[in-house]
Ligand binder design. Structure first.
Ligand code: F6P
Length: 357
């Protein structure tokens, strides 16, 4: 008999359910009986002992379902070692619940913050396997995270819709894309949607270069310009500021997000009408695209295999088109950002896309 705990933590994304289904199906097809304990709302469920016993039936019919059947929440790593408001030691509580239920392994699905806590639990002696989820694709140790391709599809759709109205009106349009501190989603959706300018955090922008590109397009007779802006995009000037000074500056910033700041600057410099569209959390919603269904199922199956083999302390990742096991200590705390010299950036430039630098 194997007893497996499972939880999803951090912002949700598409294919979380597909990944869990992959793990459970693999275990149920294995030689031993399996008990599954699903902790509710992320690490909170593990801390406060809120769980449900699940059977194979609970994982049936969820391959195409968005969100997470377990619920999720954000439990920041930076306060995980602080006692809660009632003085409870959260790490001890998680360990106690793990041991009370006599778990053989805990499967944790999450992104960057989640992996830091997962690695801490591993260091504390728990058997941990993780799966890389996030629309941001910013997890170190894997070429791809599930949720990413589905979000690329949605952000691309948004750019596609904007394209037709931008063309009719001859406007400059900004589509703000999620992605936290990195530009993977914006770069991919921007290229897929034929954006003319793509602004990502890894390549700080110069607003004059952005304006140059718009004017160059004007001169060529293109009546409109589409700009894909990552929510974490930053100007050259701001990138030079210390973290503290940047934070101070942002406190006084009248704009709700960077896209509005870019729009205001373009409007001021060119007199052109600029509109901003923010698809926001739509990018994390809905059912996973077929790619993510297959991808998450593959990673889930490998996680199941690891458990059957008694191999713990790994994230199941994807490298050079192969599913791989990556030691958790190598993943935790590292961000996978786009190199400004990456071939995809060079290719985008060859296509005439401006990065505003
Ligand atoms: O990490 C996924 C993500 O959607 C980021 O792209 C975004 O910055 C963040 O989560 C939004 O977080 P929340 O759902 O807490 O507003």
């Amino acid at each position: 008999m194997k007893r497996i705990g499972m939880l999803t933590s951090g912002g949700d994304c598409q294919a979380l359910n597909a990944a869990m289904r992959g793990v459970v199906k693999t275990l149920l097809n294995g030689p031993e009986e399996v008990e599954i304990y699903g902790f509710l709302d992320g690490y909170k469920g593990l801390i406060y002992g809120k769980f449900q016993m699940l059977t194979g039936k609970d994982f049936s019919g969820i391959l195409t379902k968005g969100g997470t059947i377990l619920g999720t929440s954000r439990t920041p790593f930076k306060t995980i070692q602080d006692p809660d408001e009632k003085g409870l030691n959260k790490v001890d509580a998680m360990k106690q619940n793990y041991y009370k239920l006599q778990l053989d392994c805990l499967v944790i699905l999450g992104g960057n913050g989640t992996h830091k806590t997962a690695n801490l639990l591993r260091q504390e002696g728990l058997n941990i396997i993780t799966l890389p989820k996030t629309i941001d694709n910013d997890l170190w140790g894997t070429d791809m995270t599930f949720g990413f391709q589905s979000a690329v599809d949605i952000a691309t759709d948004a750019i596609d819709y904007i394209h037709t109205t931008a063309a009719s009106h001859g406007r400059v349009f900004i589509v703000e894309v999620m992605g936290h501190k990195v530009g993977w989603l914006t770069l991919n959706a921007g290229m897929a949607g034929g954006a003319d300018i793509i602004l990502i955090p890894e390549i700080p922008y110069d607003i004059d270069k952005v304006v140059d590109k718009i004017e160059e397009r004007d001169k060529r007779g293109s009546r409109f310009t589409i700009i894909a802006v990552a929510e974490g995009a930053i100007s050259k000037e701001d990138a030079k500021l210390s973290k503290k000074d940047y934070k101070k500056k942002m406190e006084k910033n009248p704009h709700p997000s960077v896209s509005y700041e870019v729009a205001a600057a373009i409007q001021k410099k060119t007199g052109r009408e600029v509109r901003v569209t923010v698809p926001g959390h739509m990018q994390r919603g809905g059912s996973p695209c077929p790619y993510d269904r297959v991808f998450a199922s593959r990673l889930g199956a490998e996680a199941g295999k690891l458990i059957l083999d008694g191999q713990f302390g790994f994230m199941v990742g994807y490298k050079n088109r192969e599913v791989v096991r990556v030691p958790l200590e190598d993943v935790a705390g590292k961000l996978k950002a786009i190199s400004p010299d990456a071939t995809i950036v060079q290719e985008a430039r060859l296509l005439g896309i401006s990065f505003g630098n």
